[in-house]
Design a protein around this ligand. Structure first.
Ligand SMILES: [Zn+2]
Length: 266
């Protein structure tokens, strides 16, 4: 649980919001809605990053049992080189995160709350350099940092059924499908539900900053996403979901790269 992060992103549970209200330190726009200064918008959050991490822990251990993890140094060495740098640059302690490479041709990667990152061998195979790994790494870390899964959860049908995060976590496999859905994973690995257009663009934007701080070449983001766009076929991977469009995504990246180059953001 990353308290510092929770604090920074103003992610809090209902109880914390109530407590904050009582102390006059929280401005609530709507029930469960808190304003995040970095994102420049309010987030509908009934669950904290810590609660989401609790949910993700069992899903992650199941995934690792069910799917083939590669120990091929061709992949693991690259990830071991890039991942800690990007995670540290995002303000997190890499020793508290876990990164695995799954053996699959899928052009995909994913992140679970609590700092669990999965890459597929397929996507690493098309990455020309460490900078391109850092592009996707930064993107996935940003999803975690801004508790996008928590937001999806808060908006999901699971929330409407009245099940609390604690109930779901305790009930375990009975609600496994819902848990996976909330976390954005389909019933089988390789089917990752799309985040919203807004979440994708936020992940791109902040991921770019993380990779820049880590010393990687942000221009490689354009090279990489153009390559992914040209390889699109069949079911779109999460990181290439139908929204935002490739053009929107590339245009935003170009604007953000310009801001970074001008030293306006870091
Ligand atoms: Zn994404």
């Amino acid at each position: 649980m990353k308290l510092k992060l929770i604090d920074r992103t103003v992610t809090m549970s209902r109880r914390e919001v109530v407590r904050g209200l009582a102390m006059g330190s929280v401005v609530v726009l709507a029930p469960g809605c808190t304003y995040n200064e970095e994102l420049g918008r309010s987030q509908l959050l009934f669950v904290s990053s810590g609660q989401m991490a609790q949910l993700a822990a069992s899903a992650w251990s199941d995934l690792k049992k069910q799917e083939k993890i590669t120990n091929d140094p061709k992949y693991t060495r690259r990830m071991a080189r890039v991942a800690p740098r990007v995670i540290a640059a995002s303000g997190n302690d890499p020793s508290k995160w876990e990164v695995q490479v799954f053996d699959s041709k899928a052009l995909n990667a994913f992140a679970l709350p609590g700092g669990k990152i999965g890459f597929y061998t397929g996507i690493l195979d098309i990455m020309d350099n460490d900078d391109q790994i850092a592009v996707v790494m930064g993107h996935e870390v940003a999803h975690v940092n801004y508790n996008h899964s928590g937001e999806r959860y808060s908006q999901s049908t699971l929330a409407q059924t009245g099940l609390t995060v604690a109930q779901v976590a305790v009930s375990g496999s009975r609600y496994q499908n819902q848990i996976m859905g909330v976390l954005g994973m389909g019933a089988t690995l390789g089917v990752i539900l799309p985040y919203s257009r807004r979440h994708e663009l936020e992940a791109d934007k902040f991921g770019l900053r993380y990779m820049h701080r880590a010393g990687y070449d942000v221009d490689q983001a354009i090279v990489f996403w153009n390559k992914m766009a040209s390889m699109k076929s069949g079911a779109p991977p999460e990181i290439l979901s139908t929204h935002p469009s490739d053009a929107t995504r590339i245009a935003q990246l170009q604007r953000e790269i310009a801001l970074i180059r001008q030293g306006q953001v870091s």
